[in-house]
Design a protein around this ligand. Sequence first.
Ligand code: E4P
Length: 217
Amino acid sequence: MKFFVDTAIADDIRELNEYGLLDGVTTNPSLVAKSGRDFKEVVGEICQIVDGPVSAEVAAMDFDGMMAEGRILADIADNVVVKLPLTLDGLKACRRMRADGIRTNVTLCFSANQALLAAKAGASYISPFLGRLDDINLEGMELIREIRVIYDNYGFDTEILAASIRNGNHVKEAAIAGADVATIPPAVIRGLASHVLTDKGLDQFVRDWQATGQSIR
Ligand code: E4P
């Protein structure tokens, strides 16, 4: 499963990229607002940090507006993926962008039928939002399982991008369910490396090694 980081904070992206953990980045209007940066400028900077796909979302709600904004975003760098909302106009823009050779990420997906439409429209990625479904007492992970079955039944090439990930369990379950990608907040990615027994074991090893009085270098 590929790892994208879900943030518009360039310093976080730079740090995680240096660990070799990143395959791409997703942003959304809320994350851009949180960064306090100019949208196109920050997308350009992120695209220079990572080689993989960087999702940048249109603000327009209508087809013509989405096409105009999508072309501007796609011109920022070769690795920009245009993020489109899962609406009828968004699907129409998705179909046109596919024909124009622009990669798309169809976002705010909350049902298997929406995911089916996005695949039929030629989306490069579909973003089912797990955490927001869990927030209203539905099972977000069940949606990933349903989409996996549907896409495999028909051989769609749209990648399942598990989004709205809130914790390490979401990451593990999305991998088990066969998501192609998970987009994960920076703090959750860092947390995946920790385990209380790793810390405890290391403590013991450090103490025992010091007691030997040896040095490797
Ligand atoms: C996906 O691309 C979205 O940016 C993101 O995963 C939304 O997550 P949230 O529900 O935590 O805002």
